[in-house]
Design a protein around this ligand. Structure first.
Ligand code: ATR
Length: 270
């Protein structure tokens, strides 16, 4: 029986074990998938131990995705560009790091929600690891305009400069967005984990905007409530979670599970 696990802190709320158990059942695969609470300081030792114990693959969640980059033997191009890994694949001599978050987001937007990004105006809120993880795949979709906004100009400017060769990213402060309109606004801040929504000038989100939060559950609620109060259609990141999991499953086992029934059952449970 192949062993898998998701590592994070906190990890108790993670839906990944349920998702992978559902994939395994649908495909008749024999595997185990655990949650392991791991502090950043314990990550290196834990990854070495799990490799020794024969784990076939791992997922990483907050706050381990960036720290794990330096602990991988090899990295995929998209993980290197994102500066973060969410999927580790067992190689004989160490872990291979990959990142399926961006692919999961694009898949959720396009296939599940029917959103075409080409020629549209897109705004990303936040300039941390989560924003970096989705920038390259979003640029590949050829939006007409892609802005990245933060509370201060420094991080958005730094991130825009780092991604310059992949496409134009306009760095902004939240305040400077006044008067701008977007087709899609993606919340990639960690504000929701503190029970807050990013403070945007009125009008940035309006009727006709689609709002999307990369998180799900409680953490997504403040932003979704803000967006809906402004008349926008708003989606949480549960679909992205299921899609990134399917991409990880594919990397580990060579088969892409069907996601729709798993997403529907998670929505029923929530
Ligand atoms: P992650 O890996 O989840 O992206 P991170 O790298 O700490 O975490 O980045 C979190 C982002 O959310 C940052 O851009 C942060 O803004 P600052 O750079 O100004 O700190 C943003 N953020 C956190 N709390 C926020 C809040 N209450 N309102 C708006 N943005 C917030």
């Amino acid at each position: 029986m192949d062993k898998y696990a998701v590592l994070g802190q906190p990890v108790a709320h993670s839906a990944s074990p349920r998702i992978h158990a559902a994939f395994a059942q649908a495909l008749g695969a024999q595997l185990s998938y655990e949650k392991l609470e791991v502090a950043p300081a314990e990550l290196a030792a834990t990854l070495a131990r799990l490799h020794e114990e024969g784990y076939a693959g791992l997922n990483l969640t907050v706050p381990l995705k960036s720290a794990a980059v330096a602990l991988c033997k090899t990295l995929s191009e998209r993980a290197r560009v994102a500066g973060a890994v969410n999927t580790l694949i067992r190689d004989p001599d160490g872990w291979r790091g990959d990142n399926t978050d961006g692919a999961g987001l694009i898949r959720d937007l396009r296939a599940n929600l029917g959103v075409a990004l080409e020629g549209r105006r897109v705004l990303i809120l936040g300039a941390g690891g989560a924003a970096r993880g989705i920038l390259a795949p979003l640029l590949q979709q050829k939006p007409a305009f892609l802005a990245l906004a933060g509370r201060t100009p420094w991080k958005p400017e730094e991130v825009a400069a780092a991604f310059k060769t992949l496409g134009p990213v306009a760095p902004r402060t939240f305040l400077a967005l006044k008067g701008d309109r977007f087709d899609l606004v993606i919340n990639a801040t960690s504000a929701g984990h503190q029970g807050e929504a990013p403070r945007l000038p009125p009008g940035v989100i309006a009727a006709g905007t689609m709002a999307y939060d990369l998180s799900y559950g409680k953490a997504a609620e403040p932003f979704l409530a803000l967006a809906r109060a402004q008349g926008a259609v708003a989606h949480d990141g549960l679909g992205m979670l299921v899609e990134q999991a399917a991409e990880s499953f594919l990397l580990w086992r060579g088969l892409r599970p069907e996601t729709a029934p798993v997403l529907a059952s998670l929505r029923r449970a929530a």
